[in-house]
Design a protein around this ligand. Structure first.
Ligand code: HEC
Length: 156
């Protein structure tokens, strides 16, 4: 017997496998290649943006070092926004780099990056269309698809 808590996850994975067998591209709501960073507590908080909610923006020390040296951010890197309202975490936005991952989107323009929206409990917000994230971030090709690239570069 699966544990009660495991069953929804099992169904989600099953749906994921089925959907991906039929659809070659990411379209609207979906799981994709992005994983929630298991090491989130080890990520470095390099900048904060406040617009209504407080956005703590985090990534790995390796990514910070790479950008400081004008190198590509390493494959596997997570960049995370942890949103807070009244000190409570409300959601997370995650972008993650993997070789060619951007090609799963119809316009492929984010090269190696995919995007995901996580609820406060770290489950995927399945009704989110991550193509929207992707098209907006595609405009930042000259800055490794990162909007807060200057902050990342200046962070010591
Ligand atoms: C309309 C444009 C737009 C869309 C859509 C968008 N973003 Fe962003 N993103 C930004 C901007 C601008 C920032 C810089 C932080 C800020 O201003 O809030 C940012 C910052 C980020 C960051 C921190 C690294 C960086 O680029 O600075 C992550 C991670 C991120 N977004 C993920 C996502 C995810 C996941 C989605 C979809 C759920 C998404 N974004 C949708 C514009 C966008």
């Amino acid at each position: 017997m699966p544990m009660p808590g495991k069953l929804p996850a099992l169904l989600t994975s099953l749906a994921f496998v089925l959907v991906n067998a039929v659809l070659p591209n990411i379209s609207i709501a979906e799981e994709n290649r992005v994983t929630f960073p298991a090491n989130i507590d080890k990520l470095v908080h390099y900048t904060t943006v406040t617009r209504g909610e407080v956005e703590e923006i985090l990534t790995t020390q390796e990514a910070i070092d790479a950008v400081a040296n004008n190198q590509p951010i390493p494959y596997g890197t997570h960049v995370v926004i942890r949103f807070h309202r009244d000190r409570e975490i409300t959601r997370y936005f995650v972008m993650q780099k993997g070789r060619g991952w951007g090609q799963d989107y119809p316009n492929g323009r984010t090269k190696d990056w995919q995007f995901q929206f996580y609820n406060a409990d770290q489950s995927i917000k399945l009704e989110e269309n991550t193509q929207r994230c992707q098209s907006c971030h595609a405009r930042r090709a000259s800055d490794q698809f990162i909007y807060t690239f200057d902050e990342l570069k200046d962070f010591q």
